[in-house]
Design a protein around this ligand. Structure first.
Ligand code: IPM
Ligand code: MG
Length: 365
C-alpha cells in the first residue's frame, strides 16, 4: 500500500525528532512492503519567520490531502505571548486541531518495563504498574471559548475566557472513551469539577447516561483535584481517563512524568474522518534544539499509533513498539531517561538503534 503523510517538523527539537521518525517509517515500509510519500507542511514559529504567520493559508487543505499528519513540536520563546495571535505557534496548533475536527486526543501513559526505575513514585507504587489512557477533549471548552479584554473604570484591565460545552461535544468524546475502554481493561474514569462548574455538571450527566449504555464497562466520576492526587498516589487504578480540554492538558503532563519522562509519550488526535494527527506530548525544548540531545522516542511511538489507528497496520505498530522496548531493555538511554552513571546517546544514535531493531525482529519471524 501507498500512504501519504503530512510532516509538520515545527520548531525547536521538532525537525530532529521527526527526521529520526521518518527514517523508521521508511524502514518499516521496506520491511513490510509499503511506500510512503511525505508532504511538508509549514506550521508554527518557523512559519511565522518564513511567511509572517504561524498558520499559513492552505495548511488544513494540505493536511487533508494526506492519510495522516505527523507533527514534531511547535513553539519557543522567540514567538512569545507578546506577539500578535497570528504569529504565535500555539494559535496554529489550536487552529489545525479545530480545522481537522480532531476532538479526541488519546494520550497513553505506560511505564515501560525497562524503565521502571525512572518512575519517580515509591517502588511499591511503581511495581503495581502504570498503564492508562488519557482521553482529552481537544476542540472545545476554555481553549476555544470567547475571550475578552477590556478596561474597567475602577479595577484596571479585566479579562474573561469562556468555558462552554454542549451535550453533543461531551457525548462524542465520551463514546470514544468507552469504546477505547472496551479494547483495554474496561474501566472509565470521568474527570470533572462538578462541585463548582456548570459545564462539569453537564459533562457528568452525559457521561453517566453513557455509562448506562456501556454497562459492561466499569465507570466512576472523579473530581479533577482528587484525580491529580490519585495519579501520584495510586496510578495503577486508572485504565481510561476521560476529561475536558484544559483538565486533560494538565493531567496528561502529570501522567507523563510518573512514567519517567515526558520524552517517551506519544499522542493521537482524531476526529470522525481522516486524517488524524500524531505528535509527542512534549514541547519543542528550545534549550536543547539542534544539539542531538532530544529523545526521539515519543515521536517514534506516535508513528506507531499512526500505523495502528490511521493505517490499521497493527503488526507494523507492534514492530515499532517492540523495537523501542528492545532499545531500552538493551540499556540505550537519551539524557532525559538516563540515571547517574549511565552512558547517554544522542537523538540520531537512538533513532538508529531502534531502526536496526525493526530489522532484527523481522529476521526472527
Ligand atoms: C499540549 C500543549 C498545547 C495545549 C499548547 C502548546 C497549546 O500543551 O498539546 O498539551 O495546551 O494543548
Ligand atoms: Mg500540554
Amino acid at each position: 500500500m501507498n500512504y501519504k503523510i503530512a510532516l509538520i517538523r515545527g520548531d525547536g527539537i521538532g525537525p530532529e525528532i521527526v527526521d529520526e521518525t521518518v527514517k523508521i517509517i521508511d524502514r518499516v515500509g521496506e520491511k513490510f512492503g509499503h511506500a510512503f510519500e511525505y508532504v511538508e507542511v509549514l506550521l508554527g514559529g518557523c512559519a511565522t519567520d518564513a511567511v509572517g504567520k504561524s498558520y499559513p493559508d492552505g495548511t488544513a487543505q494540505r493536511c487533508k490531502s494526506c492519510d495522516a499528519v505527523l507533527l514534531g513540536a511547535v513553539g519557543g520563546p522567540k514567538w512569545g505571548s507578546d506577539r500578535p495571535a497570528q504569529e504565535r505557534p500555539e494559535t496554529a496548533l489550536l487552529a489545525i486541531r479545530k480545522d481537522l475536527g480532531l476532538y479526541a486526543n488519546l494520550r497513553p501513559a505506560a511505564l515501560r518495563p525497562a524503565l521502571a526505575d525512572a518512575c519517580p513514585l515509591k517502588k511499591e507504587t511503581a511495581e503495581k504498574g502504570i498503564d492508562l489512557l488519557m482521553v482529552r477533549e481537544l476542540t472545545g471548552g476554555i481553549y476555544f471559548g470567547k475571550r475578552d479584554r477590556y478596561q474597567t473604570e475602577d479595577r484596571g484591565v479585566e479579562c474573561t475566557d469562556l468555558m462552554a460545552y454542549s451535550e453533543k461535544e461531551i457525548e462524542r468524546i465520551g463514546r470514544r472513551a468507552f469504546e477505547m475502554a472496551r479494547l483495554r481493561r474496561k474501566k472509565v474514569t470521568s474527570v470533572d469539577k462538578a462541585n463548582v462548574l456548570e459545564t462539569s455538571r453537564l459533562w457528568r450527566s452525559v457521561m453517566n447516561r453513557l455509562a448506562e449504555e456501556y454497562a459492561d464497562v466499569e465507570y466512576e466520576d472523579v473530581l479533577v483535584d482528587n484525580c491529580a492526587m490519585q495519579l501520584v498516589r495510586d496510578p495503577g487504578q486508572f485504565d481510561v481517563v476521560v476529561t475536558e480540554n484544559m483538565f486533560g492538558d494538565i493531567l496528561s503532563d502529570e501522567a507523563s512524568m510518573i512514567t519517567g519522562s515526558i520524552g517517551l509519550l506519544p499522542s493521537a488526535s482524531m476526529g470522525d474522518g481522516a486524517p488524524a494527527l500524531y505528535e509527542p506530548i512534549h514541547g519543542s525544548a528550545p534549550d536543547i534544539a539542534g544539539q542531538d540531545r532530544a529523545n526521539p522516542i515519543a515521536t517514534i511511538l506516535s508513528a506507531a499509533m499512526m500505523f495502528r489507528y490511521s493505517f490499521k497496520l497493527a503488526a507494523e505498530a507492534d514492530a515499532i513498539e517492540a523495537a523501542v522496548d528492545k532499545a531500552l531493555a538493551d540499556g540505550w538511554r537519551t539524557a532525559d531517561i538516563a540515571r547517574a552513571g549511565e552512558s547517554v546517546v544522542g537523538t540520531k544514535r537512538m533513532g538508529e538503534v531502534i531502526r536496526d531493531n525493526i530489522w532484527v525482529q523481522l529476521e526472527g519471524i
